[in-house]
Write a protein that binds this ligand. Structure first.
Ligand code: FE2
Ligand code: FE2
Length: 378
């Protein structure tokens, strides 16, 4: 989630591959979908945005059987209240005191990472709107599989911000008002999404983000356990578990897009990698530090919560999972160039990381932890 940062806003997605050549089929009666897309694979012409939207619509039955089972029923899902002191219990105050005593042993850099993760989760309204722009529906009562997935995913995600927010409120280690202002700023600022409204790019983005957040929450869980706070480790671990299921879902979607329309999927992946997968919270602002996201990402890097090496590992993982290196016929020249770029990317990212490690350590104040200084390397 703290991927390399690049400026630049993607243009709106008239065509995800940037090519707007009209389909030769437009003047004829619409062909049957499967045969049509098979032919597109053979001719490997660039797909237009409406054609991609049509692929998504044709996958509704697939989503019903491959995606929806990855949502957990409400009755079997954890809720934030399960992982925090029970406010209706007579032992509530004592439990909060214990939570706060454990929190006093945890260093500020950890809390900077946890607040950054929480703020990112709390901007869920932005992500829900973005997801709906990929799957192409707008009715809240829509019963198709994509709509049910989007609502179910949002409901699961909603618990993440709630849980971290409540924990951070109780722990007494962070300036809650500053953190709340950061959330307010972030939701109001929205996000830069290179995907535009293109489903291919959008699902690639979400697959990367879900895996990145699974890594990040998993690492804050491990770190809390190492610092002796098993309760906080369970908090972060519960969220990481959800993120892994979500990652599995979006990875499946992209795998299916590669299977059905490899050239369009390859171009979309190449485009997203060239644009860089920007963290959804890179507009975060606390009212003071204009480089807050950059500073927070550097702390996460230093603490090993999310690193550039993790990003290189993500690219490698998806190259392998989606069989990118093995794609052969069916790719256009543009698709082959994208394939080559993506396959070489992990090595390039690692070289950049080695250069970054030669920079000086510095100390930066974070308003989230009452302006105390935290060490980082930019
Ligand atoms: Fe989440
Ligand atoms: Fe997620």
């Amino acid at each position: 989630m703290m991927m390399a940062m690049m400026p630049g806003l993607a243009a709106c997605c008239v065509d995800a591959a940037g090519i707007t050549a009209p389909s030769p089929c437009r003047t004829r009666a619409p062909p049957r979908r499967a045969a049509y897309f098979r032919r597109r694979m053979i001719t490997a012409a660039a797909m237009t945005a409406p054609e991609k939207a049509e692929v998504l619509r044709s996958l509704d039955g697939w989503a019903e059987s491959n995606l929806l089972p990855l949502l957990k029923p409400v009755e079997r899902s954890w809720q934030p209240h399960d992982l925090l002191p029970d406010s209706s219990s007579p032992g509530f105050r004592e439990a909060v005191d214990e939570l706060r005593a454990r929190a006093r042993e945890i260093p500020d850099d950890y809390y900077v990472c946890l607040v950054g993760n929480m703020v990112t989760e709390e901007a869920l309204p932005t992500y829900h709107a973005a997801l709906n722009s990929f799957v192409g529906y707008d009715s809240p009562s829509c019963a198709d599989a994509w709509a049910r997935w989007s609502r179910g995913w949002t409901a699961e995600e909603n618990r993440h911000g709630d849980l971290l927010n409540r924990y951070l409120y109780l722990c007494g280690r962070v300036d809650v008002r500053r953190v709340e202002q950061t959330i307010h700023h972030l939701i109001a600022a929205g996000m830069q999404l290179a995907a535009g409204g293109c489903p291919y790019r959008g699902f690639i983005y979400t697959a990367f983000q879900e895996r990145a957040t699974a890594i990040s929450h998993g690492n804050t869980a491990r770190r809390a356990a190492a610092l002796g706070d098993a309760s906080l480790a369970r908090v972060c671990g519960a969220i990481a578990g959800d993120e892994r299921r979500h990652e599995a879902a979006y990875t499946r979607v992209v795998a299916e897009l590669f299977r059905r329309t490899p050239d369009a999927a390859m171009r979309a992946l190449g485009y997203m990698m060239r644009e860089r997968i920007l963290m959804p919270a890179h507009h975060m602002f606390d009212g003071r530090d204009a480089e807050l996201f950059r500073h927070y990402a550097a702390v996460a890097q230093g603490l090993g919560v999310y690193t550039t090496a993790d990003y290189a590992g993500l690219v490698e993982f998806f190259v392998e999972r989606w069989g990118v290196a093995e794609l052969g016929h069916g790719l256009t020249g543009e698709g082959r160039r994208a394939q080559e770029y993506v396959c070489r990317l992990p090595e390039r990212v690692r070289r950049m990381d080695a250069r970054r490690r030669q920079t000086q350590l510095q100390r930066v104040p974070f308003s989230w932890v009452f302006d105390r200084q935290v060490e980082l390397q930019l």
